[in-house]
Design a protein around this ligand. Structure first.
Ligand SMILES: *Cc1c(COP(=O)(O)O)cnc(C)c1O
Length: 428
């Protein structure tokens, strides 16, 4: 079949819409993906193929991907070593219940605990689910092991912890909570870096403090080391658990395998998801050995958590990261990328700040930047935002200097053009 003309596409879409209307079914305004709940603001791009740093759309256009499924495909698209293990496991065993021994879980748990301060792992399927497990473990530890009436979790403004009812309540952004009342009890949110507010929020029911090392969705904001030290001290003083959400910052992204390792701290619990399985759905909650008995048999579960298929992909992903020293590579390439951005954009008044850790990078601008993202797509470069005024760059950890050069050329072009336009409008 040949390509449809624009008019034919319009007619086909129109006919489909009329048909849906006739059947009494909902009709989406855009006519695309009308059978899917419109809970995402989607770009008008359908990506159908990927390899390494590059993706292709359904029209055959090629893009340099500095998005990586939002920090998910950290080994690049369709990584061969991981793909080979996935194919091997597909022909062996996909799924068994957690009623049985799953050797893959022990292997992944040992890879993760052997390279961190944690001793135990719980497997699930997403970041929200990993954080949910962390919150449950913290409550259960206090209530069942220590015999405390502690259940409250303190989190920070601008944080992001997920979209389940508990994790959206933990999230420090009003927009994710609208229309979902009543929210579960047991959460408090205080401003980041406000020590008096944090101290005032701690009470007899406080069980844990949860935070990201770099607030990624919140604008690529790094937690100040002195503040983090104070948080650790408060946890010690009041017997609280420290939960670090490493869903976006974990798995090498920031230049260490786990971001908290930059600061020499040891969280009681930390959570992983995005980069842990190269795009296969997987989440992990990791904790210290003294928390072990809090999750006694029957206390928590997940049908799809840590299946033979998922653990094969996780193991291959983690082994590849360690073998190829990707955290170190992320640190080096991150310095190269931010250095280049500062060189090309540092003097532009439109750019407020260029910051980041490893290959989690934010460019804060004076005005909303969503149009720059769209203009980037037209130039063949994919990146996203982190809040209204911050551009976020998340290349894969194998990204080359040539690819970085290419991306920075396009970006600085886009930003200079946009800044000139914005200036013109402001002056007019
Ligand atoms: C993406 C993200 C989550 C939620 O992960 P899902 O897999 O979408 O549930 C939680 N915390 C942080 C820091 C994230 O970036």
């Amino acid at each position: 079949m040949g390509k449809l003309t624009e008019a034919e596409v319009q007619t086909a879409a129109g006919q489909q819409q009329a048909q849906l209307k006739e059947q009494g079914k909902p009709v989406a305004a855009e006519g695309k993906m009308s059978a899917v709940f419109p809970s995402y603001a989607r770009y008008d791009l359908a990506l159908v193929k990927g390899k390494g740093s590059w993706v292709w759309d359904d029209q055959g256009n090629k893009y340099l991907d500095f998005t990586c499924g939002l920090a998910v495909t950290s080994l690049g698209h369709a990584p061969e070593k991981v793909g080979a293990k996935l194919k091997e496991q597909i022909d062996t065993l996909w799924h068994v219940s957690n009623l049985f021994q799953i050797p893959g879980q022990q292997k992944v748990a040992q890879l993760l605990t052997g390279n961190s301060c944690a001793d135990q792992a719980f497997f699930c399927n997403s970041g929200a689910e990993a954080n949910e497990a962390a919150i449950k473990l913290a409550r259960r530890y206090h209530q069942k092991v220590k015999g405390d009436d502690r259940y409250e979790v303190i989190t920070f403004e601008q944080s992001f912890h997920g979209r389940t009812l508990a994790t959206l309540t933990a999230t420090g952004q009003q927009k994710v909570k609208e229309g979902f009342l009543p929210l579960p009890a047991g959460f408090k949110t205080v401003p980041l870096h406000d020590l008096p507010a944090l101290e005032a929020a701690i009470g007899e029911h406080t069980a844990a403090i949860m935070l990201e090392m770099v607030l990624a969705e919140g604008g690529v904001l790094e937690v100040q080391a002195e503040f983090l030290d104070a948080v650790v001290a408060l946890c010690k003083q009041h017997g609280l658990l420290l939960i670090v959400d490493e869903v976006q910052t974990g798995m090498g992204r920031t230049g260490k395998l786990f971001a908290h390792q930059h600061y020499g701290i040891e969280p009681d619990i930390f959570t992983l998801a995005k980069g842990v399985a190269s795009g296969f759905p997987a989440g992990v909650m990791l904790g210290k050995g003294y928390l072990r008995e809090a999750f006694s048999p029957g206390s928590h579960a997940s049908t799809f958590g840590g299946t033979p298929l998922a653990t094969a992909v996780m193991a291959a992903t983690i082994e590849t990261m360690l073998e190829d020293e990707l955290p170190q590579r992320a640190a080096e390439m991150g310095l190269y990328l931010t250095g280049l951005l500062k060189e090309k954009l540092g003097d532009t008044p439109f750019v407020v700040d260029i910051r980041g850790k490893g290959l989690l990078i934010g460019i804060e601008c004076k005005q909303p930047v969503s149009e720059i993202v769209l203009a980037g797509q037209k130039r063949g470069l994919l990146f996203v935002t982190a809040g209204p005024n911050v551009l976020r760059l998340l290349p894969n950890l194998y990204v080359s200097k040539e690819e970085i050069d290419q991306a920075v050329d396009i970006l600085s072009d886009l930003i200079h053009t946009y800044a000139t336009q914005a200036n013109g409008e402001a002056g007019a």
